[in-house]
Design a protein around this ligand. Sequence first.
Ligand SMILES: [Zn+2]
Length: 235
Amino acid sequence: MKIMIDAGHGPNTPGKRSPDGMKEFDFNSRVADVMKAELEKYEGAEIYFAHAKNDDVSLNERTEKANKLKVDVYVSLHANAFRGVMGDHTGIETYVYSTNPKEARKLADKIQAALVKATGLANRGVKLANFHVLRETAMSAILIEHGYMDSKIDLPKLKSDAFRKLCGETNAKALAEFYGLKRKPEPKPKPVASKSNVLYKVQVGAFASKDNAEKLAAKLNKDGYNTYIVEEAKK
Ligand SMILES: [Zn+2]
C-alpha cells in the first residue's frame, strides 16, 4: 500500500516555532523519518513524503501529490501551539475531516490511543477539523498534534530525540496494525566465518609414549603430510 507522510510546514515556514525557537519542522521531520524507516520493515509498504527537507512545499502541492500518486492513506505530523506563551496546557490530539471520515476516524482512534499509551501525555481526543490536508486529500487522512510547543510539560519532550523516535515508532506500528501489514522477515545473521578462511585439521593419534608419537609423525612425514606433535596433560 502507498502511505504518504507529511511533516507539516517546511524548514523556513514563518512562525511554527516554540517560544524559545525550536522549529516545529525539526520535530515533525524527525518523526517522519523514523516513521518511514519503521514502515519500510513491512511487506508492500511504499512510503512517500509530502514535504521536502530543504524547501517549503505549499499545502496545495502536498495534497495534489497525494492525489496524483493515489496514495491509500495520508498522515500529517505536527506539534501544537496554544497562544505562543509558555503554560501548563498539554496533550496529544488527532484530527480527521469533518464530513464522513469513516476509515480515517478509526485509524485516528487507533493512533491517538497508541500515542497516549506510549508517551503518557494527556489524551485530548480525536477531533473534527476543516484543515486543507484533510479536506483536499481524496484518501483517508489524519493530522496528529504530538503535544504543545508552548507547554512547559510538552516542549522538553518535543525537543528530545528519544520522544521523537517514540512518536515515529508508535505511529508506524499502529498504522501497520490497522492495515494488517506483514513484517518482512528479519535479515539472516551473517555466518561467523566464510569457508575460505577456515582450516579443517585432522588429528591422527594420541600416545602415552613420546617415542611412539614421533614414529607415527615420521611415517606421516614420509608419506608427504605436514605433522607436528602437541603435548597435552592427561585428563
Ligand atoms: Zn503544525
